[in-house]
Design a protein. Structure first.
Length: 279
């Protein structure tokens, strides 16, 4: 299995995080802010496991499993660290999370997973994200802006499905948007914008980072291979534990073996993934 060299990551904590705000931002999109005491910091690409909904007086057993969510960004305060999570209400767990009120507690374990391998000083970073994957690349963009050229390409079915656009714009990155219905930006798939952004680029000058639906990441991997540029993908497989114990998040690799997305990823060199075996 190909391991990506990464910087070291902080040891995770288990916490009862206090809900500070849980804003509905339209459509299925929510912005959750949690206050976490003892938060050890995080690196871009890491995630937390959040309980499916707020904690009640009797521990919840249905749904039992926590849900993985990217750490969007954090802010330090005297009373603890504020951890922001952008999420979409898509099923039972996130519907319960959407009901969490300020002052309630949410179970949190994290930060978990390996972080993104960062680009070289002379490389341009092309971040391609769609759906819930948009949340996974914000901190990467924020940390890269002072160091390298950053171009962010965000895609969604409609304008309402986009998340965090104003936050990316505020970073001052080059930002392009694609929606399939044309309600914002280019009408079509975000991978079309990627092809345009790579046109005329020499191999070795650009690195692609991608997170979102499997089909989108797979297409990014194909385009990267054609052009000869490295591509790192952050997989969003279902997870049950988040730290390598349950084996529920195994992803097939092109060498015939498997990697645990929570422990060996979630970011991988796209060329090491056996895409046809992913859900
Ligand atoms: C690393 C990572 C980061 C993510 N970051 C974000 C983010 O920032 N924002 C966001 O909106 N989404 C993010 N996601 C996706 C998010 O975790 C899912 O959308 C969420 O788990 C859906 O939960 P649900 O209960 O609402 O939906 P459902 O589709 O109802 O839940 C998924 C179902 O699968 C079941 N399940 C989960 N894991 C297993 C398993 N291993 N074996 C068997 N059953 C299982 C659950 O119990 C549940 O029933 C991320 C995913 C990953 C892996
Ligand atoms: S989620 Fe349990 S091993 Fe990865």
């Amino acid at each position: 299995m190909t391991q990506i060299a990464t910087t070291s990551v902080p040891a995770p904590v288990r916490a009862e995080a206090e809900v500070v705000q849980n804003l509905h931002e339209g459509g299925a999109n929510y912005r959750l802010t949690l206050r976490v005491t003892g938060w050890p910091g995080f690196e871009p690409g890491q995630f937390v496991m959040l309980s499916a909904g707020p904690q009640a007086s009797v521990p919840r057993t249905d749904p039992l499993l926590p849900r993985p969510m990217a750490v969007y960004r954090t802010r330090q305060q005297a009373q603890g660290t504020l951890v922001d999570v952008l999420y979409k209400r898509v099923g039972r767990g996130t519907a319960l999370l959407a009901q969490a009120l300020p002052g309630q507690k949410v179970g949190l374990v994290g930060p978990l997973g390996r972080c993104f391998e960062l680009p070289g000083a002379a490389e341009r970073a092309l971040l391609v994200a769609g759906g819930t994957g948009i949340a996974s690349v914000y901190e990467l963009a924020a940390r890269l802006v002072p160091r390298v050229d950053v171009c962010v390409l965000l895609g969604a079915a409609t304008a309402q499905d986009l998340m965090g656009v104003d936050d990316f714009a505020a970073l001052g990155v080059e930002l392009e948007i694609a929606t399939e219905d044309g309600s914002r930006g280019f009408q079509g798939r975000v991978t079309r914008l990627l092809e345009d952004a790579l046109a005329g680029r020499k191999p070795g000058t650009t690195r692609i980072y991608s997170c979102g639906p499997t089909g989108m990441m797979r297409r990014c991997a194909e385009i990267a291979a054609l052009v000869g540029v490295p591509c790192i993908v952050s997989l969003e497989n279902q997870m049950a534990c988040g730290f390598g114990v349950c084996l529920g998040c195994a992803a097939p690799l092109s060498n015939g073996s498997y990697a645990l997305v929570c422990r060996d990823g979630p970011s991988f060199d796209a060329s090491t993934i056996a895409w046809q075996g992913l859900p």
